[in-house]
Design a binder for this molecule. Structure first.
Ligand code: ATP
Ligand code: MG
Length: 381
């Protein structure tokens, strides 16, 4: 069997690795050159995109910003999973908000802005604690502005004045005073069967995910159930096939959806070693029509992103339950270079392992590690 992935980054690489034992050959499309490449070496394969479309059993995407003409071409084959519509929902915050509202899924109060002066109406309607997001092409906190008092309005309008808001509108959201960020990763197959992983807790630094812990500590059965209900409504509502990630804010016992990622997700990387079936394998299973795998966690796990740094001691591999996943990219500031998965028998054990991990990696690139280790060590068994 063969799966063609639009996008040739680390997510395609990890799908490729998950496909090997199942006999699923994963090829990737470099969407800039529109060539078919090997997902690990990134070397061009001796096959045209048209041939690859023909010979693949399923087509999928590792990121939502695939050029629309490519998605249209893929969609025509009726082998694209998730659907073009679901991918576009993830690519465009205006569509995303429309879907959330149409399905009555709680999300931050917001307005769509197509010219800069409308920001003033947003302040009247939503208050002066706002987060302003470009509706397309944002990631890792890029394409976002914050307003924390009305006095900053002129400055903000100045910053937005160079943008073409008719072409790319803004979504202006009320700033949510959340307790923590959680994500639910789940998978839905073509028959509508759904499997969901336990909630992960996500720790960000400067708009980027640094650490995920799963199962998230202190999650009541009711909270997990609430998250699962939201997932079901969204996945069924889109007739979704594949892995879907739902990012949420927790405020006391309520959940609010922040955004959707119609693909395997960074906050699901822990499943590679921390769950019975990884998100990558489950995604492949869903899109080719194989039975979905068990999504339960085998113990508490942490996923630690390696961001903008390539020099650290490989001796971290001495820690039992600690695994390095390296993406093979040239180092750049803020670039995700790889991740480290750590699994333990308890949260305390996980905290101890993260503390040990801190001895092998430069602290300035891992600003969340030390505190998280200390927090986990205090969780009562
Ligand atoms: P990603 O890398 O997850 O794709 P992104 O740049 O697309 O990120 P968001 O996830 O929408 O954008 O926002 C990035 C981060 O900004 C969130 O993880 C959260 O910490 C913060 N944030 C976003 N929206 C709000 C909000 N309405 N209120 C408070 N904080 C927010
Ligand atoms: Mg996000």
């Amino acid at each position: 069997m063969r799966v063609l992935v639009y996008g040739s980054g680390q997510l395609a690489q990890m799908m490729y690795l998950a496909g090997c034992p199942l006999g699923i050959d994963v090829q990737a499309v470099d969407v800039n050159t529109e060539t078919v490449v090997h997902p690990v070496s990134k070397r061009p394969l001796d096959v045209s995109l048209a041939q690859a479309l023909e010979s693949s059993d399923a087509l999928t995407a590792e990121f939502e910003h695939v050029p629309e003409h490519l998605l249209e071409e893929a969609s025509k084959t009726e082998k694209l999973f998730p659907s073009m519509n679901a991918i576009l929902v993830g690519a465009d915050r205006v569509r995303e908000k429309r879907l959330l509202n149409a399905l009555n899924v709680p999300n931050a109060a917001h307005q769509v802005v197509t010219y800069a002066d409308q920001i003033e109406d947003c302040v009247s309607a939503l208050g002066d604690q706002l987060i302003i997001k470009a509706s397309r092409d944002g990631y890792d906190g890029y394409g976002q502005w914050r307003l924390t008092s009305e006095e900053q309005l002129p400055e903000l309008k100045q910053a937005l004045s160079s943008l073409d808001l008719q072409a790319v509108p803004l979504v202006v959201e009320q700033m949510i005073n959340f307790e923590r960020e959680l994500s639910l990763i789940g998978v839905r197959d073509k028959e509508g069967n759904i499997q969901m992983y336990p909630l992960a807790e996500n720790l960000h630094h400067q708009g980027q995910l640094h650490v995920s812990v799963a199962p998230a500590p202190n999650v009541s059965a009711q909270l997990q159930q609430k998250a699962e209900e939201i997932f079901r409504v969204l996945a069924d509502g889109m007739n979704y096939v594949g892995v879907l990630a739902v990012e949420m804010f927790q405020c006391a016992d309520t959940l609010m959806v922040n955004e959707l990622a119609p693909r395997v997700h960074n906050s699901g990387h822990w499943t590679m070693t921390g769950s019975d079936t990884s998100q990558f394998e489950n995604h492949l299973r869903a899109v080719v029509g194989l039975p979905l795998g068990d999504t339960s966690a085998i113990g508490p796990s942490a996923m630690v992103n390696i961001i903008g740094c390539s020099s650290f001691s490989r001796d971290l591999l001495k820690i039992s339950g600690c695994h390095l996943h390296w993406y093979g990219k040239t180092v750049r500031e803020k670039r995700k270079m790889g991740h480290i998965n750590v699994t333990a028998a308890s949260y305390v054990g996980l905290g101890e392992k993260l503390e040990e991990l801190g001895k092998y990696v430069p602290a300035e690139y891992f600003p969340k590690l030390g505190r998280e280790a200390r927090r986990l060590k205090q969780i009562q068994p």
